[in-house]
Design a protein around this ligand. Sequence first.
Ligand SMILES: O=C(O)COP(=O)(O)O
Ligand SMILES: [Mg+2]
Length: 230
Amino acid sequence: MLKAVITDIDGTLTDRRRRLSTEAIRTIRSLVDAGITVVVASGNTVCSLDMLCKMIGTDGSIIGENGGLYRFRYDGQIHVTGRQSVCWDAYHRIEEHFIAQGEVLTLYSPEYRFADVAFARTVDPVEAAGVIEGMPVRVIDTGFAIHLQYEGISKGSALGDLALLMGLEPSDFLAIGDSENDTDMIRRAGVGAAVGNATDDLRKAADYVSKKKYGDGFVEIIEKYRPEIV
Ligand SMILES: O=C(O)COP(=O)(O)O
Ligand SMILES: [Mg+2]
């Protein structure tokens, strides 16, 4: 039996252009109204997740910055497990490398980030990873941004910590995602599902891959597993 849902946002509840699926929101509201907790787990910042949770109508339980931080409900403490200073060291090395080639990197909301570093996908993430080889930092391409994350930290590691705070096990969760940054999370969850537009690696790690894409895929997955969520 499953007891809660944890979902990625970009590419799962949104389309490629980050437009939220109204059908997915409707589905989340029906889960919440039935007393089922829905956690959002994203590479996004706390403030953007808070706005989203309020407007969708969840209880504010979040995993942000790709697992670099998490919080149980709006009034809970923000637990930061990422090590941003190490990520900044990695970023500066990458920045120097690309500046030497005439490429200027664009940071994403650095003033609102506490755990990781994120920047625009204007450079090759594999080349960026090569530049910081040996450092305890992972380069993550979410399909929407490139993130630098301290080793061992992921949405999956944060799911373990958050589930404990909620009095649940990771295996109590149905987890849904679309990309590389969701892999650990869908592996650790009781059921891990990927939407139809998911990357090949995530599809391989998933228990189920929806036929439909983006928000419609999310709705399809919830409909399939709804009888198992109590
Ligand atoms: O912040 C990103 O790069 C992607 O966000 P997501 O984890 O909700 O897909
Ligand atoms: Mg995503």
